[in-house]
Design a binder for this molecule. Structure first.
Ligand code: NAP
Length: 675
């Protein structure tokens, strides 16, 4: 096979490695040189290109435009992913491992594309929270908004997820409207490069939206400004070196760190040898230790077991590990491939031997033979399992991350002791608890959740559908305190906000409405002559309002509604009992009756552009309505969001008021309206 010349993608051009700075990368399986990496790049020009070409192009798009682009990109990558699987074998990954990386990355893009359409507006500004009333008369209000940073996201990624690592960061960055410069780890940069080539060839991304550095980053970090963000994934050591760069510190440049972590799993005190949770616990451990040959930031390193079950657990885990077939990752029969490099193998062996100095090695043999490959030429290791009898005095098992198939079983006495050991990792990405007792789960969450970015609880009920201890999901936060880097990524739309600036905007309702592209109460309104339900989506304007006639509510209405619906609650039916209630002057109208009458007042009954009422939100009943009171409604177009080619969602502010013009109820009505 030809040696791959791994290029960078800078200022819209591919730049091949130059003879002066290139580094060789060896196959994880054969040890042969398979790639050369390292270019001479003009980092100032790359930043300029991102800031002046990529950024403006992305910011000209709405959240929905960007989400559609991401979906198309994900589908394009999905159609070409076999090539990425093949390259992944050379990095030691089996097909299952490669799918975690490649399909996991594509899936993350798709989830963000979908969330972008469903949870973000079809505009440029994200409204964070509700309008705050800052004045008695309502002429001065506040609103938090988030807008894209006017800079570049620099993504520095670890070797173990060359595709997922890039795509999970790009998903939130591109959705935010920020261009990225991606720097993959040298050891697997040839896989990232192939993926970026597919992205560039798709022509789906605007110029300057994504650039790639294969090789060193030179003076890049020294050229960043406070509008840029560094998002780093890798070892604690590198994170520390980069985040303490004086230029980064002096300019308050946001630095998100996802770093290594001594993740633990705990078997609940309720679990017995013959409970389904015991087998589940063993299965998860073996899967986490061997998937990607243990090179997952979320892999289980520490295994906490009630004292009485330690020997059973050691026996069960080691028996399963011994059945794992190790070999050429391209073979279908191989369950565990190789580590990424000889350096990585040396590092894992060195840390295993330190752990072995304070814990008994149950399995830790050097590997002699593997299926279809040379065990020594490739970076193969066998799983290593240790038993640490005294986790309270041990140090290495809580401090050292052997980034390979290596884990230690240790006993705990009770929940308090178990939590104390769980927390000894000094901050982790994930801890898991296998228990069938909800009280154990609650106690552990109270005592331990603060030390972990994710707490994964599994038992016989959830085991068939649970997504796995080690799987970060785009919907849920990924990151952790302390040792894990103190950073946060993913977590749905939360992850997008790392690339946006939150700003408190204050001003009159008209100002805030214009900035947020959403009508708010107190802002100007118009009252067109035709009913808004007769006009198509595109002909509705923010702030246009319908003021209805009013309608009296009689005792008979209340009684009819009560008997018709079965809601004969005393506040509507029993004068004495209602009066005794601190909220009511006597019998009052049902809230649901008011909503129904409101609809009767504002709807236009003929078939027209309003296709459906899809819900209502933020409903509050503010003042009771007594028999003899009248209600009228104002209906105002608040926000519009296109959904597809045929229709879009309109949100209406609905306010019900009584004969004294007092507000009695309000809510947001959601309808789908034809274009
Ligand atoms: P690493 O050695 O710390 O490298 C991480 C990244 O930093 C690589 O792209 C590396 O590039 C780059 N880098 C190193 N020195 C740099 C410098 N001076 N300036 C700019 N960039 C620099 O980590 P790794 O060996 O790739 O990854 C393994 C570690 O990552 C493990 O500890 C694992 O736990 C952690 N990890 C964490 C997560 C998470 O989400 N928390 C995910 C995956 C992995 P080069 O390769 O070119 O040196």
């Amino acid at each position: 096979m030809d040696v791959i010349s791994v290029s960078s993608f800078a200022t819209g051009k591919w730049v091949a490695p130059d003879a002066g700075s290139r580094r060789d990368v060896a196959s994880a399986v054969t040890g042969e040189i398979i790639a050369q990496v390292g270019g001479n790049l003009d980092f100032a020009a790359m930043l300029h290109h991102a800031r002046h070409v990529g950024g403006p192009a992305l910011r000209a798009m709405t959240f929905h435009d960007r989400a559609r682009m991401m979906k198309a990109l994900a589908l394009h990558l999905d159609s070409q992913k076999d090539a990425l699987y093949r390259l992944s074998h050379m990095a030691g990954s089996t097909l299952a491992d490669a799918k975690i990386d490649v399909d996991g990355g594509i899936g993350t893009l798709l989830v963000y594309a979908s969330k972008g359409r469903r949870e973000l507006p079809d505009s440029h500004t994200f409204l964070d929270g509700d309008v705050e009333m800052l004045s008695r008369g309502g002429t001065f209000v506040g609103q938090h908004i988030c807008t894209p940073k006017l800079g570049v996201a620099v993504h520095i990624n670890a070797f173990n997820f060359p595709v997922w690592g890039m795509l999970e960061k790009l998903a939130s960055t591109l959705l935010a409207g920020v261009p990225a410069i991606v720097k993959p780890a040298t050891a697997t940069s040839y896989i990232t490069e192939a993926c970026v080539k597919m992205m560039v060839e798709s022509n789906l991304l605007p110029q300057g939206a994504v650039q790639l550095i294969c090789g060193g980053t030179g003076n890049l970090l020294d050229l960043l400004t406070a509008q840029d963000v560094v998002s780093f994934t890798g070892s604690a050591q590198t994170a520390f070196a980069l985040r303490s760069n004086p230029h980064i510190l002096r300019n308050s440049i946001p630095f998100i760190a996802e770093q290594d972590s001594l993740n633990a799993t705990l078997m609940g005190p309720d679990v017995t040898r013959d409970a389904p949770e015991f087998d589940l616990f063993v299965k998860e451990i073996v899967r986490e230790m061997t998937a990607k040959a243990g090179q997952k930031c979320t892999a289980i390193r520490r295994i906490l077991v009630p004292e009485a079950l330690v020997q059973d657990c050691l026996d069960a885990v080691s028996a399963k590990l011994e059945t794992i077939r190790i070999g050429d990752p391209a073979l279908e029969t191989t369950r565990m491939g190789a580590l990424v490099s000889q350096d990585q193998r040396n590092s894992v062996r060195a840390i295993n031997s330190q752990i072995g100095s304070e814990a008994r090695a149950i399995l830790c043999d050097d590997i002699q033979n593997v299926d279809g490959a040379d065990a020594q030429a490739g970076a193969f290791v066998a799983p290593a399992l240790f038993h640490c009898a005294d986790p309270d005095t041990a140090q290495f098992v809580h401090d050292l991350e052997a980034f390979g198939p290596s884990a230690t079983i240790m006993p705990y006495r009770d929940v308090d002791h178990g939590c104390a050991i769980l927390n000894r990792g000094g901050g982790s990405l994930v801890a898991s608890v296998v228990t069938h007792d909800p009280q154990v789960a609650r106690q552990i969450a109270e005592k331990s959740a603060a030390w972990h970015g994710r707490l994964y609880i599994n038992d016989r009920v959830s085991m068939k559908e649970a997504t796995g201890h080690g799987a970060p999901l785009p919907h849920m936060v990924h990151g952790g305190p302390g040792r894990a880097g103190g950073g946060e990524e993913l977590g749905g739309i939360r992850g997008v906000m790392h690339y946006m600036q939150r700003t408190a905007i204050q001003g009159s309702p008209d100002m805030i409405s214009a900035v947020g592209e959403t009508w708010i109460q107190g802002a100007s309104t118009t009252q067109p002559k035709t009913h808004p339900f007769t006009r198509k989506y595109g002909d509705l304007h923010l702030g246009e309002t319908l003021v209805t006639d009013s309608r009296e509510i009689t005792l008979e209405d209340i009684e009819t509604f009560a008997h018709f619906t079965g809601d004969t609650f005393y506040a509507h039916m029993d004068e004495e009992a209602a009066k005794a209630n601190p909220f009511f002057p006597g019998r009052v109208a049902h809230g649901y009756l008011l909503l129904s009458f409101a609809a009767g007042l504002f709807v236009q009954p003929d078939p027209g552009p309003v296709l459906a009422n899809t819900g209502l939100s933020n409903l509050t009943f503010q003042k009771p309505v007594s028999p003899g009171d009248s209600i009228g409604v104002t209906l105002t177009v608040k926000r519009k969001t296109p959904r597809n080619e045929e229709y879009g969602e309109v949100r209406w502010q609905v306010v019900l008021h009584n004969q004294d013009d007092e507000q009695v109820a309000s809510y947001t009505l959601h309808t789908m309206n034809a274009f």
